[in-house]
Every structure is written in C-alpha cells, then in structure tokens.
Design a protein around this ligand. Structure first.
Ligand code: 5GP
Ligand code: MN
Length: 323
C-alpha cells in the first residue's frame, strides 16, 4: 500500500494532531524516517508542535517543523497520521488542503475518512501499529522501530488496554527483534514524571469528586494553577488514567483550562460506557474507552452536561441488560 501511495510522489508532508501524544509522534517520526531511509529520491517534512521533552531521543525529532514557513507550499502528498479530523491538524491543515494527494492512517472511530486514500482501522491499538503494517519488515531500522514501539506503548497504556490484541504483541515482538531498549522507552517516556508533574497529579487526585453514585470521577486544573507549577498541557498526561483506576468508577473526567473558562476535557471509561460517543456529542472524538473534546463554561457546567450523557448511556445499558 505504501509503495502505491508513494508512486510518482517526490515531496511529502507528514502531520498529526494538535498536542501530539506518544502514538502521534511515534507514527509520524517512524514513518517519516522510514521513507527518508528507504526512498532517497523523496523528501519528507514532519509537522508536529511542542512534543514532550522525553520523546526527543527519537531519531528524526530534530527535523520536526513547528511552524509552516509557506502556507502556499504544495506538497505532492500529505500523510495525516493519528488525526481524527482535519481541524485537529491545526497549523498544518492548509498544507493538507493544498496538497496534490492525501493519505490518512488512523484508528479513531470518529474518523470519517477525510483523505483521498484512507486506512482507518478503529480496532487497531494505535496508528503506530497500522504504520508498521504498511512497511517492509526487513527495511525497518532500529530507529524506526523505537518510534513505532513508543507509539504502541503509549496508546495501549503499556500493553494493558483491551485495544492491545494478538497483532499488537506480534508487532511489538518484531520491533523488539530490531534491538531496541524497550524497558528504557517505557520507563523514560511513559512512567517518568517530573516533580512538578507529580505535584499537579497529586493535587488533581486530592481535589477529585465522585458523581453518579461513585461511577463517575472528575477533576480539573485551572490555568493559574498550571502556571504556578510551571506545567503545560503535555505535563498532564496520565492524570485521567490515574482517576480511571479508582474502584467502582466507570468513567473518569479530567479537564484543564486552555483559556478562561475554556476546558480541554479528557474522558476514559473502564468497559461499559462508549466515551467516543459522548465526546462526539460535544464536538470532539476519540475511541470507545479514551476520548476528548473542548468546551466552554465553568468546570461544573461541563460536568453537569457530561454527567447527563453518561447517565443516559448507563440507563440504556441497564435496560438492555434487564431484557
Ligand atoms: P486525550 O484525552 O488523551 O487528549 O485524548 C484521548 C483520545 O481522544 C485521543 O485519541 C485523541 O486523539 C482524542 N481526542 C481528544 N480530544 C479530541 C478532540 O477535541 N477532538 C477529537 N476529534 N478527538 C479528540
Ligand atoms: Mn493514537
């Protein structure tokens, strides 16, 4: 499939979603480096903004372009990775719109297939796993393997979530055979937290509240608090997962303030509730068990609206179980 998409193409842009996470960075850098290493006749530009410091060891991250020099530039091909809709490409969207050809690889259930050629598999653990499937196994270098492995680790919660199926483990095994230091990648990019990150997480957990009889848990962090601790959005990764593991909880909600009374909302569910449907209802998207959206209002407005949606789904589930 990759050979076909790259046919007659010489300039390529790769872009992922705003506030890129591990899977987004891993898939973009992994595919970008693979093309650079194996197709010397093609040039690749990778567009991602503000990636976490701990991902910088990945080969290729030093070439990432954090701004678009010329919005009029017309690439032969734009490859969108791990991005559910074109708006989430954010600053690289104009390049996507102008590109001669477009290709989308993604695993978001909310992705409608916005490119010319689409490879969307909602059941896949990660976009990095899907990218692996496009590559010639023999031509994958250790550097590319590190990027794809990092992506899989992050989107599966270190191979824990139900999205990690047999194929995920087969792919991971193949990547391990490339000689990567897997424990180091897991420890240093997934588990490691700065002191400030731990303080903010502690505060979010301490201030969390239960709702819907303890089946929901929610917490939020305001902008002034983030400024006080000197942390940004990418430092808050992991808080919603920690809320989710609370006993008795089905849905966890974590919000942080983007601008005054505008919140980025993260949703996680254990098994019953499909949070991607809830996120889509509020204009966002994601997966069944991990989704998000942006909303204005006070945190309590957001929570009120959300809890109605969660309750509706739970009630419907109870009814179908009774039948
Ligand atoms: P997170 O809560 O970690 O930001 O995101 C969880 C999942 O939902 C990710 O797969 C992410 O891409 C998706 N997601 C988060 N926020 C949004 C949003 O505003 N719009 C869309 N379409 N997807 C989102
Ligand atoms: Mn992903």
């Amino acid at each position: 499939m990759l050979n076909k998409v790259l046919e007659n193409v010489s300039t390529i842009a790769i872009g992922g979603h705003i506030r890129p996470d591990g899977d987004c960075v891993g898939s973009c850098v992994g595919l970008g480096q693979y093309i650079r290493e194996n197709y010397s006749d093609k040039t690749v530009d990778i567009y991602l903004k503000d990636i976490p410091e701990s991902f910088h060891f990945l080969n290729g991250t030093e070439t990432i372009l954090e701004s678009v020099d010329n919005e009029e530039k017309i690439y032969d091909l734009f490859i969108s990775l791990d991005c559910g809709d074109t708006d989430r490409l954010e600053y690289s969207k104009p390049l996507f719109v102008k590109a001669k050809h477009t290709f989308c690889v993604d695993h978001h259930i909310s992705n409608i297939g916005f490119a010319e050629v689409n490879h969307i598999v909602p059941e896949a653990s990660s976009t990095s796993e899907l990218v692996y499937g496009l590559l010639d196994e023999e031509k994958i270098s250790k550097n590319v393997a590190e990027a794809l492995y990092l992506g899989i680790v992050h989107d599966t919660g270190v191979f824990q979530y139900s999205c990690a199926g047999p194929e995920t483990f087969r792919v991971a095994a193949k990547l391990l055979e490339k000689g990567i230091d897997a424990p180091k990648i897991i420890e240093e990019t997934f588990y490691a937290k700065s002191y400030a990150q731990n303080l903010v997480m502690g505060r979010a957990l301490m201030e969390s509240i239960l709702f819907l009889n303890g089946t929901g848990i929610a917490s939020f962090i305001r902008k002034d608090v983030m400024e006080f601790y000197g942390v940004g959005p990418k430092d808050l990764e992991g808080i919603v997962s920690q809320l989710r593991v609370t006993e008795g909880v089905e849905v966890a909600v974590f919000m942080y303030e983007l601008r005054q009374n505008e919140f980025k909302v993260s949703l996680r569910s254990k098994e019953k509730v499909d949070v991607s449907r809830i996120a889509q209802y509020f204009g966002g998207g994601g997966h069944k068990k991990a989704a998000g959206f942006t909303m204005t209002g006070t945190p309590f407005d957001v929570l009120n609206n959300l809890s109605k949606q969660i309750e509706e789904q739970m009630e419907k589930l109870e009814k179908t179980q009774e039948q």
